[in-house]
Design a protein around this ligand. Structure first.
Ligand SMILES: [Zn+2]
Length: 523
């Protein structure tokens, strides 16, 4: 059976998940995985937290806590928040010795294949403290889009900005310290060597990439591709196992493929597959399970869900790294999303502006949270969240119509088997097709799924049911509930005996049961 590996890369472990994270990659990945599994496909869904970016150090310093403590605490919070809104990954990446071993083994392999190069690279340097300033440690102007920000991935234009290329760099650790440029030798993956292969790969992706990723790829390929650092001369991170760069760490944003492979290995183990991993669970840094899952021979389809600002690291560098390794599958689809705003202010953990999904799910039934985040999801452009709009929209489009439909269907609950017409089977087929179009990774869209849900629910709500077509009505309500199940998980669990989503309906009769109701947002 074709296997699909759904991956939502972990957020930086410097805080809980905010609604922006949830409404983008995490809910999307969960819905995609639930649908594929309900439709009978073999699915592994993995996520977790990313524990090595130096944003953890700068956030910890701002909060006055220990960075180690912050990242462990954040990992726990993220797990709880995912659970609170019903996002259930098979694998969840935690920071532990096994992860460190997997990352080191991955880069030892690339190094052994001769894919990494030693290059002299300029870095902002603070002479007073003797520190090189990379990513979160340094702010300045983005040379591509002129926005002010940290080095690394520019949140504004999505390009990757080498720390030494920021204009007017200044230290975020000690803003008054003078900063100069100093050269160091680091190991890099020379992306320019993969230009032709990347060009061909992204040409094949052209029909399904969302506009921002397509634009980024086009801009990148129109200029020389950078040497992407694999090691950095800083103290925070996983020690690099290479003598020529002794004392350096692996660049956190180069870990994307190693992180993903580790994530899917954990997911496979969680689902009971043990043949790839070592008996003691430590795997000695080889993560053979990951290699098996990602081998070209196994032919799994890898589908990524992430915010557009992660595109460079996961899509461009990630694919180049898989090409450098050779004999591995390349991702099938990248489903990217834009920013989700809270009352028109951007969510950001590093700025301490957070409304967590956990806080919201404690006050509002999680099916409503999932539906509303989907309905307003930032699939293609920035969207905005307000509590008032959530209450009004879920009430008018979901809770009231569903409760009317359920009450109407309950009128036939004890009527025994009712006939289903050919017309109703055809209608069910159309319904299944519409939802499949929204849930399929190729054109995945949470907003399309939520829109289809409200349209179909409104149709059932308008239906004036008579004894002659009660079977058709109850049949289509059941098919509707199956299709809505990836979003409305609790309602479906209560209202269905199994969660399967068939490709077509062959029902000739239906035995209606009583249907659950939805509680409103102001319960
Ligand atoms: Zn920029």
């Amino acid at each position: 059976m074709d296997r699909t590996m759904v991956i939502a890369p972990g957020p930086t472990a410097n805080g809980d998940l905010h609604l922006g994270h949830l409404a983008g990659p995490f809910l999307s990945a969960d819905v995609c995985a639930r649908y594929a599994r309900a439709a009978g496909r073999d699915v592994l869904f993995g996520t977790g937290v990313h524990f090595t970016q130096n944003y953890i150090v700068t956030t910890a310093r701002r909060l006055g806590v220990d960075p180690e403590e912050l990242r462990v605490r954040s990992g726990g919070q993220v797990e709880e928040t995912l659970a609170a809104v019903g996002i259930e990954p098979d694998g969840f990446v935690r920071f532990d010795d096994r992860y460190v071993g997997s990352v080191r083994a991955f880069f030892e392999r690339l190094h052994g294949l001769g894919r990494l190069r030693l290059r002299v690279v300029p870095f902002p340097y603070a002479p007073r403290t003797g520190e090189y300033l990379t990513d979160a440690y340094v702010r300045g102007g983005c040379p591509v889009c002129l926005a002010d920000g940290c080095a690394g991935l520019c949140e504004n234009c999505g390009h990757w900005i080498a720390s030494g290329e920021l204009t007017d760099p200044r230290s975020t650790l000690n803003p008054d310290d003078p900063v100069e440029l100093r050269e160091r030798e680091v190991l890099v993956l020379p992306l320019e060597e993969y230009r032709e292969a990347l060009g061909a790969y992204f040409a094949r992706q052209a029909a399904t990439m969302r506009p921002r990723l397509a634009q980024l790829v086009e801009e990148l390929l129109s200029r020389p591709l950078p040497d992407y650092p694999v090691t950095l001369p800083i103290a925070w991170g996983i020690p690099a196992p290479f003598p020529e760069v002794a004392g350096q760490v692996i660049y956190s944003d180069a870990e994307t493929v190693a992180w993903s492979m580790h994530c899917t290995a954990l997911a496979a183990e969680h689902r009971g597959e043990t043949d790839g991993a070592a008996e003691d669970g430590s795997d000695g840094g080889t993560d053979g399970g990951a290699d098996r899952l990602w081998s070209a021979e196994a032919g799994a389809k890898v589908v990524y869900f992430f915010g557009s600002d992660a595109s460079f690291a996961f899509a461009v560098v990630g694919v180049a790294m898989l090409m450098a390794l050779g004999e591995h599958v390349l991702p099938e689809h990248f489903v990217t999303n834009e920013f989700y705003e809270l009352d028109h202010d951007k969510f950001s953990s590093s700025r301490g502006h957070v409304v967590t999904g956990r806080e919201l799910a404690a006050e509002v039934p999680r099916d409503l949270v999932r539906f509303y985040l989907a309905a307003t999801g930032p699939d293609y452009q920035r969207t905005n969240f307000t509590r008032g709009a959530m209450a009004a929209v879920t009430d008018a489009r979901l809770v009231r119509p569903w409760n009317r439909v359920a009450a109407k269907a309950d009128g036939w609950a004890d009527a025994g088997p009712l006939p289903v017409s050919a017309r109703s089977r055809t209608a069910a087929a159309r319904l299944l097709e519409r939802f499949a179009a929204a849930y399929d990774p190729r054109r995945f869209s949470l907003t399309a799924a939520a829109f289809t849900l409200t349209e179909q629910l409104a149709r059932l709500d308008r239906w004036e049911v008579s004894a002659a077509d009660a079977g058709d009505f109850c049949h289509e309500v059941e098919v509707f509930l199956r299709c809505a199940a990836p979003l409305l998980i609790d309602l479906a669990a209560e209202g269905l005996t199994d969660g399967g989503i068939p490709a077509a309906s062959h029902a000739t009769e239906v035995t209606p049961g009583r249907l659950p109701r939805l509680a409103g947002a102001d319960r």
